[in-house]
Design a protein around this ligand. Sequence first.
Ligand SMILES: *Cc1c(COP(=O)(O)O)cnc(C)c1O
Length: 320
Amino acid sequence: MQLPTYDDVVAAAARIAGHAHHTPVLRSATADARWGAQFFFKCENFQRMGAFKFRGAFNALSRFDAAQRKAGAIAFSSGNHAQAVALSARLLGMPALIVMPQDAPAAKLAATRGYGAEVVLYDRFTEDREALTLRLAAERGMTLIPPYDHPDVIAGQGTAAKELIEETGPLDRLYVCTGGGGLTSGSALAARALAPQCKVYGVEPEAGNDAQQSLRAGRIVHIPVPQTIADGAQTQHLGEYTFGIIRRDVDDILTVSDAQLVEAMRFFAERMKMVVEPTGCLAFAGACTDAQAIRGARVGVIVSGGNVDLARYADLLAGR
Ligand SMILES: *Cc1c(COP(=O)(O)O)cnc(C)c1O
């Protein structure tokens, strides 16, 4: 198995240029003062379709040959990857079919259909989505783009950290939201190349700490579907590619509670006027639990997405 490299991140950056937004890096004097650090927030909640996943999906789909473009792309996802593949397919003029859980957030379902993709629903707790997706892919000759464990997806996701470090200069620490590890492994490729001294941390929900367990065990650990408000990180295991990069290039995996995610969400809303979805708060919440270590440091935080049903967002902020 050939792991993607930083060269692949550079190639991805060229492919997505002019299609993906170059998202802003925001600062917060309040955060800096409160934690005695210098924070640089890479705001992928302002990316097209509202999350970094557009980067990986567009990179992967833009590498299709003529036959693949004609049949189109198929994906399974609890949300943002679905929208990313749907939008990328529309922009590249190809069909898309998305297999989504019945209980996916309403906003994400509506958006995926809104981008023109066909949606097939399944029951997350009883049905095998991978088997269903593979069957549909075979029937229609579509190319499966997995949400994280694919070299082109990982390389695309790495372009966010590349932009961040190119803009800020070397960082001491970089915190990244971890689900299946696509964003984390891509970010690690960029950080290792552009800021070799920078420590890289993945952050996942306490209830779903499979990546942390995997790093400690030295093999990919599988867990049951975790119950957490971070719906974009309800993954049950890392992938072969993402684990290969994470074990080599990531310093550690931290965990945060749902309550800490809500704290971070409130901070983004109140102080930075940003709507950030629970999963998008993982990295900042993780940095905040690392209070000793970040003091005096230049800290990169990837704010990974902002797609949240507004009624649910209000409930979470109100403590309901
Ligand atoms: C998918 C997603 C993640 C997790 O990314 P992985 O590449 O699966 O680790 C984090 N935040 C948001 C907003 C996401 O959509």
